[in-house]
Design a protein. Structure first.
Ligand SMILES: Nc1ncnc2c1ncn2[C@@H]1O[C@H](COP(=O)(O)OP(=O)(O)OP(=O)(O)O)[C@@H](O)[C@H]1O
Ligand SMILES: [Mg+2]
Length: 525
C-alpha cells in the first residue's frame, strides 16, 4: 500500500499540487490524468523516490518491490537484452552476478563455496531458474523474437528498446508498477497485450496516459491532477469524465440559484431599508445575504492552446516530386523501394505503416537520412518539420524565450512571447529552462517553432504523442484549416480521418498512394 499525506510540491513559484491525501492499494489500476505540465510525471517520480524535495509524507510498505518504466533509452546500452530485463528485479540480478563472479574465480575457497550455497538458496527462493523463461515470455507477448536475448541494447532499434524497457518493468511480478505513458512508441498488438497484462496484474499499477481507450480498458480508478489538487475517483476515464462534468454543472447551477437569491435580497433591502415598518425585515435579509457564499469556480489547467499555421508565401505548382525513391531505415534496410509520387498544393497526406518505416520516410524527405533516387523540392516550397524524436532540440541550457529565438531573425522579445503565449507559456514560464519541460510542453515548443517558421509544407511525425486532449484538438483543427500541404503520421484515429485527403501506405517495401480518406481506406481493409 502507498499512503500519501499532506503532499505539496512547487517548482520555484509554480505550485503543482497541495493538500494531497491519497491511498493506493493492491489489485487496483490507477490511471493518472491531467493536462500537459500538470505534474503527472513529477508525481510518479515522487512515489518512486526520484524526487524528494516535497512537503508531506509518502509511505510505502517496506516489503513491497516497486518497478518503474525507465525513460532513458540509452541507460542499458552496454547490457544484453536478458540482463536488462532481469535488472527489473535488482536483487535477483545482483545475486546472479555475484554467483557468476564466484564461480569464475580461479581460487574458489571454502568460504566462497559457503557464500555460493547461500546465494543459490536465495536464487532458487526467488524463482531465479525460471527467469530466462519469463523473459522469453515477456518478449513473445511484445512480439519480439527471443533470438535477441543476448544482443546488446545499443544494437536494438528504438521501437525494440521501448519494449525491452517495458519488459524490464513488468519482469518478476513487482508489487507496485509505475508506468509513465507506456503506450507511446508501441504498436497496436503490443498495446493490446499490455492491456491484458495489466488487467490480470495482482499488485498496484499506477499509470500515466493520454490514451482514453487504454485508460478505459485497464483502469479501475482515475486520478486527476488539476486545480492544484490530486483526487482519486473510482471508475475509469469515461466515468470520471461524466462525473466531473456533472459536478461542474451542479456547481454552476447552485451558483446561479444563489446569484438569483442575492439579487432578490439586494432588491428588497434597497427598496425597504428606509421604510420603518419593513426595516426589521430588511435587516434580517441583510444577515441572510451575508451568509450566502458563491462557490469559487477554480481555474482548471486544462486549456486549449491557439494553434494557427500561416504560410509566409503560397506554394507554386511544383511542390515536391520524388522519382525512383528508395528509403532506408537506420539499419540500412530499404523500407520503401522505387517509389514515384508528386505532391500537389491541396494535399493533406497521412502516412500509414510501422513507425520505423514512416520515420525513415519523413527523414528522407527532410534530407536527414540516406536515400536513392531523387526528391525535388519546388523553389517556393518551404518545409517545416516536426520530427518524431525531438530530444536533440532540448539538450541545451536555454530558457524557452531564448530557445525559440534561435529559429527567427526577429529580435523583439514581445514578438517571440506572442508565439509562446498562444501555446500557453506565459509570463515567468518564458524563463524556464527547456530541459525541464514535460513531454507535452516540449511538443508545444516545437509547434511554436513551426508557427514561427511559417512554412507552406508541414511535415509532422507523430505530433499527437505526448499531447493532452485539448492540445490535440487545437492542433487537429489548425491542420484542417491550414492553407498548404500537410504530411503527417499519427495513431489518433480522429486526426487521421479528419485531416487527410490522401494516404501514403508503406507496406512490404512499397509506397502505396491512395487519393482517399482514412475512413474510405479502413472501410475497405
Ligand atoms: N526541475 C524542474 N524545475 C522547474 N520546473 C519543472 C522541473 N521539472 C518539471 N517542471 C515543470 O513542472 C511541470 C510538471 O511537469 P511534469 O513533467 O510532471 O508534467 P506532466 O503532467 O507529466 O506533463 P506531460 O503530459 O506533458 O508529460 C511542468 O510545467 C514542468 O515544466
Ligand atoms: Mg509527463
Amino acid at each position: 500500500m502507498i499512503t500519501i499525506t499532506n503532499l505539496e510540491l512547487r517548482f520555484g513559484g509554480q505550485l503543482l499540487f497541495q493538500d494531497v491525501n491519497l491511498k493506493f492499494v493492491p489489485g487496483n489500476c490507477y490511471g493518472i490524468i491531467g493536462a500537459n505540465g500538470a505534474g503527472k510525471s513529477t508525481f510518479l517520480k515522487i512515489i518512486s523516490g526520484e524526487i524528494d524535495s516535497y512537503k508531506g509524507n509518502v509511505e510505502i510498505d517496506e516489503k513491497c518491490r516497486m518497478s518503474v518504466l525507465q525513460q532513458d533509452h540509452f541507460k542499458y546500452d552496454d547490457f544484453t537484452v536478458l540482463d536488462t530485463v532481469i535488472m527489473g528485479n535488482k536483487k535477483l540480478y545482483d545475486i546472479m552476478k555475484e554467483k557468476d563472479a564466484l564461480y569464475a574465480k580461479p581460487d574458489f575457497s571454502e568460504a566462497d563455496g559457503m557464500r555460493a550455497a547461500d546465494l543459490e538458496a536465495e536464487f532458487a527462493e526467488m524463482n531465479g531458474w525460471d527467469a530466462e523463461t519469463e523473459v522469453a515470455q515477456l518478449l513473445n507477448g511484445l512480439s519480439l523474437n527471443d533470438s535477441i536475448l543476448y544482443t546488446e541494447m545499443k544494437n536494438l532499434k528504438e521501437s525494440e528498446k521501448v519494449k525491452i524497457l517495458l519488459a524490464q518493468a513488468l519482469f518478476g511480478s513487482p508489487d507496485i508498477l509505475l508506468l509513465d505513458e507506456p503506450t507511446n512508441g508501441l504498436d497496436i498488438k503490443s498495446v493490446e497485450w499490455l492491456e491484458d497484462f495489466l488487467i490480470n496484474f495482482a499488485g498496484t499499477v499506477i499509470v500515466v496516459s493520454h490514451d482514453r481507450h487504454f485508460l478505459n480498458t485497464v483502469c479501475t480508478h482515475t486520478v486527476d491532477i488539476d486545480y492544484g489538487r490530486i483526487i482519486i475517483y473510482a471508475g475509469n476515464y469515461d466515468f470520471w469524465y461524466q462525473s466531473s462534468q456533472l459536478n461542474q454543472q451542479l456547481m454552476k447551477n447552485q451558483n446561479k440559484k444563489k446569484e438569483e437569491k442575492i439579487a432578490e435580497l439586494k432588491a428588497f433591502i434597497q427598496r425597504f431599508s428606509a421604510n420603518k415598518s419593513k426595516s426589521r425585515q430588511a435587516t434580517s435579509r441583510k444577515k441572510i445575504l451575508e451568509k450566502i457564499q458563491i462557490e469559487e469556480m477554480p481555474a482548471s489547467n486544462r486549456k486549449y492552446p491557439y494553434v494557427n499555421f500561416k504560410a509566409e508565401k503560397p506554394l507554386s505548382k511544383e511542390v515536391l516530386q520524388a522519382n525512383n525513391l528508395t528509403v532506408y531505415n537506420d539499419e540500412g534496410k530499404a523500407v520503401i523501394n522505387n517509389a514515384d509520387f508528386r505532391i500537389n498544393k491541396e494535399d493533406k497526406i497521412a502516412v500509414i505503416g510501422d513507425d520505423i518505416s514512416v520515420t525513415a520516410f519523413f527523414k528522407a524527405l527532410a534530407g536527414e537520412s540516406k536515400y536513392d533516387g531523387s526528391i525535388s523540392v519546388g523553389a517556393n516550397t518551404k518545409i517545416s518539420y516536426l520530427p518524431n524524436d525531438k530530444n536533440s532540440y532540448f539538450d541545451c541550457d536555454l530558457n524557452i524565450v531564448n530557445w525559440l529565438s534561435q529559429f527567427t531573425k526577429e529580435t523583439d522579445e514581445t514578438f517571440i512571447r506572442g508565439f509562446l503565449g498562444r501555446m500557453l507559456f506565459t509570463g515567468e514560464d518564458g524563463l524556464k529552462k527547456v530541459k525541464v519541460l514535460s513531454g507535452g510542453e516540449k511538443v508545444r515548443c516545437m509547434l511554436s517553432k513551426m508557427m514561427l517558421e511559417a512554412g507552406n509544407f508541414l511535415m509532422l511525425d507523430q505530433p499527437t504523442n505526448h499531447l493532452d486532449l485539448e492540445s490535440i484538438t487545437a492542433l487537429n483543427n489548425a491542420l484542417i484549416d491550414f492553407d498548404g500541404v500537410v504530411i503527417f503520421a499519427s495513431h489518433d484515429h480522429e486526426f487521421l480521418s479528419s485531416i487527410a485527403n490522401r494516404l501514403f501506405i508503406i507496406k512490404d517495401g512499397k509506397l502505396i498512394d491512395r487519393m482517399e480518406t482514412y475512413e474510405e481506406y479502413i472501410s475497405k481493409n
